[in-house]
Design a protein. Structure first.
Length: 202
């Protein structure tokens, strides 16, 4: 199967890619911190925002409304630390896809609601207009950033780098250990043979 050639001008230099991944990591972390902190202080508003989409049963809407801020803050912590970056980015992409689907669904059904992405949410008061277009554009852009981070998760100032280095060091030690042991046995055997020959010569 023929591969599609990527023009040289489009390729991102290898040295630049980790810095772009770092920027993506910090951007997503900032978004989740903002969203989580805004919701966690007013869980009732978060539940009201989820309920306004009219997609979930009441018991599940309450569970999502109360639990979502903690998930967002956990993702923010992982992304800030650069720990399990690919997993955090994948979960972020999934969450953003769900948010995007909810907003598109609300717009298609003619609901007049605020998304509640950064606190607040629920049905809009009479005379207020929706901001679906801007919210959709924002979530699509963030989704693309998250997907790029899934594809290229290596970044600067990340704990993943230390974990990876420790794992590689352990693998190298495991590989060289038996070699060193075999080498030591070979030298001991040579020394024993040399002493045996010296004893015979005497």
């Amino acid at each position: 199967m023929a591969r599609l050639a990527i023009p040289a001008g489009v390729a991102v230099p290898a040295g630049v890619r980790p810095w772009l991944a770092t920027a993506a990591r910090l951007l997503l972390a900032a978004v989740w911190v903002w969203a989580g902190v805004a919701k966690i202080g007013d869980p009732a508003a978060a539940v009201r925002a989820v309920r306004a989409y009219r997609l979930l049963p009441e018991w599940l809407a309450q569970g999502v409304g109360y639990g979502l801020p903690f998930l967002e803050l956990a993702l923010a912590a992982l992304l800030l630390a650069g720990l399990a970056t690919r997993v955090a980015a994948a979960v972020s992409a999934g969450l953003l896809a769900v948010f995007l689907a909810g907003i598109v669904s609300a717009a298609a059904r003619g609901l007049q609601i605020e998304c509640g992405c950064f606190g607040g949410g629920g049905d809009l008061a009479a005379g207020q207009s929706t901001a679906y277009t801007g919210e959709i554009v924002r979530d699509v852009a963030l989704l693309l950033v998250a997907l790029a981070l899934v594809r290229w998760p290596r970044s600067r100032y990340a704990l993943d780098n230390r974990v990876r280095a420790a794992a590689e060091s352990a693998v190298d030690t495991g590989r060289t250990g038996p070699r060193r042991t075999a080498e030591a046995r070979r030298r001991m055997a040579e020394l024993a043979e040399r002493r045996r020959r010296q004893g015979q010569q005497r």
